[in-house]
Design a binder for this molecule. Structure first.
Ligand code: FES
Ligand SMILES: [Fe+2]
Length: 434
């Protein structure tokens, strides 16, 4: 249990109405958008808008931050930076997960200063040695006096777990639709056993682009010709499909996709795995999408040869040929759950034109590198894909920042980009009262 605050406000909590000038600035930017088109360049370059997004998008919504496998043991902690907010997650001695602002209640130093580590039963700020209990209470503040200890506690985050994924919300009153998403998604994700998985590899890439370009890029596969490694396994048929406009090669791939989908749907049903798409990428604060998709080739995994990379399958799964369960959450994450491993991608803005993309490969907790999986084989496809995407994002940031940029139309095969735009506009209007 987190200790309720007695003093001060949380970020994003009980915000005063945005100043009128700022509200009209955002309203004018939204007004400048052409329906069905890409966002104008100002959405990637405007500092005032970025500050509004941090406060009202990242400060107010449920964000995917990590997996339980990152802090498996009591005392394990990880530190994160979400826009302007340093935060940390801690596995407490009772097994529960706490989330706190990593800002000391004395004079504001970061308390935990490493990326990860093991904390004792107490956490100590290295600056003047204020100490905190695992629930955030101050339990010692030296010469500052006992009264300070009673009146101050670390500011906590709201934390929710979804089948091994950890989400946080910085707002005082988080959107109340997280539980609905969790209830509907748990049957899809739980069979992949993330609560009994370990991190095989985690890679951070700093993309030189605004966070929305990173998300837009993820929400379409129109550019997937630029991902030759990914296309070994992924069928890139999204949106309305018009077979009449396909060339012979595309038609052959499409037929293969239809056959693999029919076969896979029967297999998933036999294994009791939900597979039907849920598409709620806008129209709600905690917006999401899922779909289980057949993969090409052997259909087992996102590897160069489309075979499982880990011999030890996740959870209690016994069938390797399960394709990929896609999951997207607004505003900052996407995931692939395969039979042999899972991948999570968290997008965390660092500044207006710089975004951290953290990719995490998870395998069964008992899988052993060298015996059950080869790390290079496990990570090759998405390491290559991430590098390619980082280049797409950087070039888009640079080109779209030109005063000469005129946004072009978004195609049907980019419909999830349009859904992201719809969600973004809905949330800004709701938050700012526009
Ligand atoms: S800033 Fe943490 S103890 Fe002073
Ligand atoms: Fe991509």
């Amino acid at each position: 249990m987190s200790v309720p605050l007695k003093h001060g406000e949380r970020p994003g909590a009980a915000l005063p109405a945005a100043p009128a000038a700022l509200r009209s600035h955002v309203a004018a930017l939204l007004q400048s958008c052409t329906p069905g088109h890409a966002l104008p360049g100002a959405f990637f370059t405007d500092e005032a808008l970025y500050a509004v997004e941090m406060q009202h998008i990242f400060g107010r919504h449920w964000l995917f931050l990590a997996t339980e496998a990152e802090i498996p043991e009591a005392g394990d902690y990880r530190t994160y930076q979400i826009g302007p907010w340093p935060v940390f997650l801690l596995r407490r001695d009772d097994g529960s997960i706490g989330g706190f602002h990593n800002t000391c209640r004395h004079r504001g130093s970061r308390i935990l200063q490493q990326d990860s580590g093991v904390a004792g039963v107490t956490l100590m700020c290295p600056y003047h040695r204020w100490t905190y209990a695992q629930d955030g209470r101050v339990i010692g503040c030296g010469a500052t006096g006992e009264q300070a200890a009673e009146q101050h506690a670390l500011r906590s985050l709201h934390v929710r777990q979804l089948a091994g994924l950890i989400f946080v919300c910085l707002a005082d009153s988080p959107p109340d639709d997280f539980d609905d998403m969790a209830a509907r998604m748990t049957p899809y994700i739980a069979p992949h056993g993330l609560t009994h998985a370990k991190v095989a590899k985690q890679v951070d890439i700093i993309e030189h682009g605004n966070w929305k370009i990173t998300i837009e890029n993820n929400r379409e596969c129109f550019h997937c010709e630029g991902h030759p490694e990914l296309l070994c396994s992924l069928f890139d048929f999204f949106g309305e499909i018009d077979e009449a406009r396909m060339d012979a090669e595309e038609r052959a791939t499409y037929r293969r996709y239809l056959a693999a989908s029919a076969e896979s749907e029967a297999l998933w049903s036999r294994h009791g795995l939900p597979w039907r798409a849920i598409e709620e990428l806008h129209g709600r604060p905690t917006a999401f999408r899922t779909e289980r998709l057949a993969l090409d080739g052997a259909g087992e995994s996102m590897t160069p040869d489309t075979r499982a990379a880990s011999k030890r399958l996740l959870g209690d799964l016994t069938e390797a040929r399960l394709g990929t369960l896609h999951f997207h959450t607004q505003p900052n994450a996407w995931y692939h759950f395969l039979a042999d491993h899972a991948l999570t991608f968290a997008t965390l803005p660092l500044e207006r034109g710089r975004t951290l993309v953290r990719s995490t490969w998870l395998v069964h907790a008992d899988a052993e590198e060298g015996r059950d999986y080869d790390l290079e084989n496990l990570t090759r496809v998405w390491n290559a894909t991430n590098r390619q995407d980082a280049a797409f994002v950087a070039e888009t940031q640079r080109g779209a920042s030109s005063p000469a940029y005129i946004p072009g139309p978004i195609g049907n095969n980019e419909y999830m980009v349009a859904m992201f735009h719809a969600w973004y506009e809905e949330r800004l209007r709701a938050e700012l009262g526009l």
